[in-house]
Design a protein around this ligand. Structure first.
Ligand SMILES: Cc1cc2nc3c(=O)[nH]c(=O)nc-3n(C[C@H](O)[C@H](O)[C@H](O)COP(=O)(O)OP(=O)(O)OC[C@H]3O[C@@H](n4cnc5c(N)ncnc54)[C@H](O)[C@@H]3O)c2cc1C
Length: 158
């Protein structure tokens, strides 16, 4: 996307969708539990790897502590896979529009990227996917979270 084809409108740093995202993956009203004395498994980091490891172990009956210092979902949901693919899709749509005449399709002049709208779409998609990685989901059948040395700790108990 060239700078010239982008909208000049600003991109809000924090949207309603971001609040939804936080509600799922970093609930502001989360109450930390008293940690258990022993766990079968302690997983540090609730990115894709940690979530799968914790859920898998809990599914096998293990008592699991899942520790996350920022947002459940890790890089993939919050900064990596999901946001980048949303942005790439918009870039591809624009590229297709630019090359449309090569396919025999006439596109009206003035086609441009509204970057604020691109970012809104990305944030909406991220919020829509957040329930899959959410504290609510990993609370089941029982999930507790505590803070230890400034870190949040989620435990999934069978
Ligand atoms: C721009 C971009 C695009 C990507 N696109 C794709 C894609 O399309 N497909 C794909 O398969 N992969 C993609 N990836 C890679 C993917 O994001 C990673 O492979 C994946 O997130 C790794 O998961 P993870 O759980 O190992 O680590 P992470 O996702 O990095 O999660 C680690 C978690 O641990 C937490 N943590 C770290 N230290 C501590 C600590 N001391 N205490 C508590 N918590 C801690 C972090 O806050 C984080 O939440 C992309 C990555 C980027 C950057």
């Amino acid at each position: 996307m060239s700078a010239a084809s982008m909208s000049a409108s600003s991109v809000a740093p924090f949207s309603g969708d971001d609040a939804d995202l936080d509600r799922h993956v970093a609930p502001p009203d989360w109450v930390n539990p008293t940690p258990a004395k022993r766990y079968h498994l302690v997983v540090i980091g609730a990115g894709p790897a940690g979530l799968v490891a914790a859920a898998g172990a809990a599914g096998l009956g293990a008592k699991v502590a899942l520790i996350e210092k920022r947002r459940l979902g890790g890089d993939c949901l919050n900064f990596g896979c999901v946001p980048s693919k949303a942005l790439l899709k918009s870039a591809r749509v624009m590229a297709t529009m630019r090359n449309a005449s090569g396919f025999g399709v006439e596109v009206p002049n003035g086609t441009r990227v509204d970057f604020a709208a691109v970012m809104r779409r990305m944030r909406a998609l991220r919020a829509a996917l957040a329930p899959h990685d959410s504290a609510e989901r990993f609370r089941r059948p029982a999930l507790t979270r505590s803070t230890s040395m400034g870190r949040r700790c989620d435990s999934v108990e069978p």
